[in-house]
Design a protein around this ligand. Structure first.
Ligand SMILES: NC(=O)c1ccc[n+]([C@@H]2O[C@H](COP(=O)([O-])OP(=O)(O)OC[C@H]3O[C@@H](n4cnc5c(N)ncnc54)[C@H](OP(=O)(O)O)[C@@H]3O)[C@@H](O)[C@H]2O)c1
Length: 259
């Protein structure tokens, strides 16, 4: 199967590309910059303008759409860019568009999530038969949040917020299964093996990095806080990934990571 991967240089794309390639998919990978290597055919394309998209989708069977821009021009890139991609893929006769979204986009009131939900709707309304997989947070994302939360010294956060980190390599394996299954519309969410409170995740992170910092509890107000504490970012769907937060910390920092 010939598959175009957008977002191939991102956190998920970097692990998905070698895994899919090794499973026998013939890959074309998109970046805004021209690149070579990784045993795939790279094309330059920009979702914000549509430049290069027609060439990128020509002759592929499926598109795995991982590109996203959470912090800049999100509407342009995630919503309108997804539409540009879907239209180009429709013209090219692509038979399957697989889109990766996030657990909680319909529940947790964050601006980025509103754009992801809108992009899901663009995919569903578009001309190409589709699948949408919502995944929970990648551990690297959780680490980024913890890094931001401890910039001033103590780890500042709402202790009762729930997270369910999932290894991007396991998400990539799930995506390979979806590509082979063909268009399936919205499929079961995919989360990590355990739901952690923010304070548990923070303590394990500090211990793995051998850093002593106090936790400074705050309460995230309003509906955002309520949804985050009520598990808006988590899923009860099965199967889940197997790799835990402790596994990630042990791989990243050595030691047992609290296992
Ligand atoms: N991070 C998480 O915890 C998480 C959890 C669940 C689901 N997801 C979803 O999984 C997907 C991948 O996330 P990620 O964390 O791997 O993303 P990431 O590391 O932020 O990578 C973003 C990718 O988007 C591409 N991109 C950005 N703007 C673009 C544009 N204008 N045109 C074309 N490509 C553009 C970038 O490619 P170049 O810079 O090479 O152009 C890059 O490869 C996203 O859809 C995200 O919403 C993420």
């Amino acid at each position: 199967m010939r598959v175009l991967v957008t977002g191939a240089t991102g956190r998920l794309g970097r692990v998905a590309v070698p895994r899919l390639r090794d499973e026998g998919f013939t890959l074309r990978a998109v970046s805004r910059r021209s690149r070579t290597g990784d045993g795939v055919d790279w094309v330059a394309a920009d979702l914000a303008t549509g430049a290069g998209l027609a060439e990128a989708v020509a002759g592929v069977d499926a598109v795995l759409h991982l590109a996203s821009s959470p912090n800049r021009r999100t509407h342009d890139i995630d919503v309108l860019g997804t539409r540009r991609l879907a239209v180009a893929a429709g013209h090219a006769g692509v038979r399957h568009l697989v889109f990766v979204s996030i657990v909680g986009v319909d529940r947790v009131p964050l601006g980025y999530y509103r754009h992801k939900l809108a992009a899901e709707q663009v995919v569903a309304a578009g001309p190409v038969p589709w699948s949408v997989l919502r995944a929970t947070q990648f551990p690297q994302f959780l680490e980024g949040l913890l890094g931001g939360a401890s910039r001033l010294g103590p780890v500042i956060g709402d202790r009762a917020v729930l997270a369910q980190p999932v290894d991007p390599a396991e998400v990539a394996d799930r995506l390979a299964v979806l590509l082979l299954a063909g268009p399936s519309n919205r499929v079961e969410d995919f989360g990590g093996p355990e739901v952690l409170r923010f304070d548990e995740a923070a303590r394990a992170w500090l211990a793995a990095r051998r850093v002593r910092r106090p936790l400074l509890p705050i309460r995230i107000p309003g509906r955002l806080g309520r949804e985050l504490r009520a598990g808006g970012l988590t899923t009860t769907a099965t199967p889940t990934g197997a790799r835990t937060w402790a596994d990630h910390l042990a791989d990243t920092y050595g030691g047992t990571g609290g296992r």
